[in-house]
Design a protein around this ligand. Structure first.
Ligand SMILES: Nc1ncnc2c1ncn2[C@@H]1O[C@H](COP(=O)(O)OP(=O)(O)OP(=O)(O)O)[C@@H](O)[C@H]1O
Length: 264
């Protein structure tokens, strides 16, 4: 793990966004926001409700009309579709859990793996014998994926709606990760979690960072984000208000003011 502010050997910039601006009709939800994230790094994005954090992810993944540019591994990917960005390893989760409710946890993980190897799947449709082999390999890989995310075997054959909420949150991150990602954008992964579940999530995110991933995490749980993030970007009313290490951010009077309300 790279500690805050430390110069990290071998780290390279994976994702950079420049001047992201999102407008919904007359409302400017995000204004000229720029940041970057390296591999082996967790960047936290914080800000009050309605600050523009989710709009920032929507712009990065080209899921909303916006201005500004996105660079993935130094290549300008601003014009790529969301699906193609995911194919290049830029993936996101949403505030709400998203899985196939009628498939088991393991089947959901298999789907994520097939999604990532969609070309192989298309080929396999024309060769049933190969399909069986591919499916067995995918089931094995899916079980390993779930293991890595700490999702116990007892849950693999259950429907996602029947497993504990904390495990559902981990499943959402696991499915976004699939066969691997370069950058994961996580929108409030700890929403609704507390205590032990939050600790498990923190351990998973730290484990992903150790796998050389770049993580960008929107989070309202300050204890969590301040303890795992290497750097923080604070957004308020659509604009970047402050950026720095968790220690810098916690000391910044503008951040306190934005959260606690402005004194009249
Ligand atoms: N599709 C949309 N159409 C119109 N306005 C929107 C849309 N999505 C978001 N907004 C508005 O844009 C602003 C920023 O919203 P956004 O969801 O990006 O904020 P946020 O920081 O993620 O908030 P929260 O922490 O509550 O999730 C808010 O005023 C919101 O009401």
């Amino acid at each position: 793990m790279a500690s805050s502010g430390e110069t990290r050997r071998g780290a390279s910039e994976v994702l950079r966004v420049e001047g992201l601006t999102v407008q919904y009709g007359a409302l400017v939800a995000l204004r000229d926001v720029s940041w970057s994230v390296h591999n082996d790094e967790i960047l936290g994005i914080i800000g009050p409700n309605g600050a523009g954090k989710s709009s920032c992810f929507a712009a990065v993944t080209n899921a909303v009309t916006h201005r500004g540019r996105t660079f993935l591994d130094k290549a300008d990917v601003s014009a790529l579709r969301t699906f193609d960005l995911a194919g290049r390893g830029l993936r996101r989760t949403f505030q709400q859990n998203s899985f196939f409710g009628e498939l088991t946890v393991l089947q959901n993980a298999v789907s994520a793996i097939f999604r990532d190897f969609s070309t192989d799947l298309a080929t396999s449709l024309f060769a049933p014998w190969r399909e069986a082999t591919t499916r067995r390999a995918a089931e094995l890989a899916a079980a390993q994926l779930l293991d890595f995310f700490g999702i116990a075997r007892q849950y693999h054959d259950q429907l996602p709606g029947d497993i504990p909420y904390g495990v559902q949150r981990l499943l959402s991150v696991a499915l976004a990760y699939g066969t691997g990602a370069k950058v994961l954008l996580l929108d409030e992964p700890a929403a609704g979690l507390s205590g032990g579940d939050m600790k498990k999530l923190a351990d998973v995110l730290i484990g992903l960072r150790k796998r050389n991933l770049a993580l960008v995490v929107i989070e309202h749980h300050m204890d969590l984000i301040m303890s795992i993030a290497d750097r923080i970007v604070m957004i308020d009313q659509g604009a970047m208000l402050a950026t720095g290490t968790p220690v810098d951010i916690q000391r910044d009077p503008r951040v306190r003011e934005a959260y606690l309300g402005r004194d009249e």
